[in-house]
Each structure stands twice: as structure tokens, then as C-alpha cells.
Design a binder for this molecule. Structure first.
Ligand code: FES
Length: 164
């Protein structure tokens, strides 16, 4: 998988250690440290798992357990923009199946894949906590209610302008 278009920094161990160190003395450091790593590098590198374990004095298994429990964490480099389409019950009852097709077409991307130009990663998720405004889509951290392919495309274009 390519990673030529990304707004994230390239993973490096020294920087990862510096990012994780402030969490060494807080309670429940693993989740916070993983979030910090992902915010900075766009994903959690395998080396980051070891770094968190060492710096926070926890086992690799514990870090791995948290990493794999939360579906939001990525273990491979991220595309420029993350698009998540909710396919849980409330959204399904309001057309998320069609929405998946519409969004895939609008972004020229298959589900669970990156677009050819590596700018968009499209995934499905189960509930974005926005059931009242189903169907819901998340474009990076922006939640879109009553989503349509058009609305999603518009937000993606906006993000591209912001990032590139
Ligand atoms: S079911 Fe889609 S946001 Fe909750």
C-alpha cells in the first residue's frame, strides 16, 4: 500500500519516544499514548507498541490488547483522508447500503481500500453515535448527518484543499 500522500509525519522512533514519555506517569497511559501516536503519524507502527510498553512500563500484550480492541486504531500508514460510512442498524434502515455505493462511486474508491490517487481511505464502521441523523458518515473528524454521496464528496474536496 502506498503512502505518498499523507498529512502525517513519517514514523520515527525518537519522536515516538518523546510523544509517549508524558504518559509514563499518568493512570491508564496505553490508550492515551496510542491516540497520540496515531494523531501524529496516522497509524500505530509496530515499533510504537514496544515503545509504549517500555516507556509506560506495561507489557507488549497489554498495549496490543488495547490497540486491537478499538477499531479506530490503524496499524498501517493512513491515506490523506479517512472516510467512514456507518452501516449499523439505524443507518441501514435509512439507506446506508445505497450510501456505501454512492460514496464509493463519488470517491472512485472501493470499501476497505484506498483511492487510486491514495488520497482517500474508505471504510465501514458500526455506529458513529449520530443515529438520529442517519445515515452518517465521518470524514476525518467531521461528522456528516443525512449523508449523501454528494455531501461526502464535497467534504473530501474541502479536506484536500486544506491538506494539500
Ligand atoms: S447507527 Fe449509524 S450512527 Fe448510529
Amino acid at each position: 500500500m502506498g503512502n505518498s500522500k499523507t498529512r502525517f509525519k513519517t514514523f520515527n522512533k525518537d519522536e515516538a519516544i518523546k510523544l509517549v514519555e508524558p504518559f509514563a506517569r499518568v493512570e491508564g497511559p496505553i490508550l492515551l499514548a496510542l491516540q497520540k501516536i496515531q494523531d501524529e503519524f496516522g497509524y500505530v507502527d509496530r515499533d510504537a507498541v514496544e515503545i509504549i510498553a517500555q516507556v509506560c512500563n506495561v507489557s507488549i500484550a497489554e498495549v496490543h490488547g488495547v490497540l486491537t480492541y478499538y477499531t479506530d486504531f490503524r496499524t498501517t500508514p493512513s491515506a490523506l483522508i479517512d472516510v467512514k460510512v456507518c452501516v449499523a442498524e439505524a443507518c441501514q434502515s435509512l439507506g446506508s447500503r445505497k450510501l456505501v455505493n454512492d460514496v464509493s462511486q463519488a470517491l472512485n474508491t472501493k470499501m476497505h481500500s484506498q483511492s487510486v490517487d491514495e488520497t482517500v481511505q474508505l471504510n465501514q464502521v458500526f455506529c458513529l453515535g449520530n443515529c438520529a441523523l442517519a445515515p452518517a458518515v465521518m470524514v476525518d473528524h467531521k461528522l456528516i448527518g443525512r449523508a449523501t454521496g454528494e455531501k461526502v464528496l464535497k467534504e473530501v474536496e474541502k479536506k484536500k484543499k486544506e491538506y494539500l
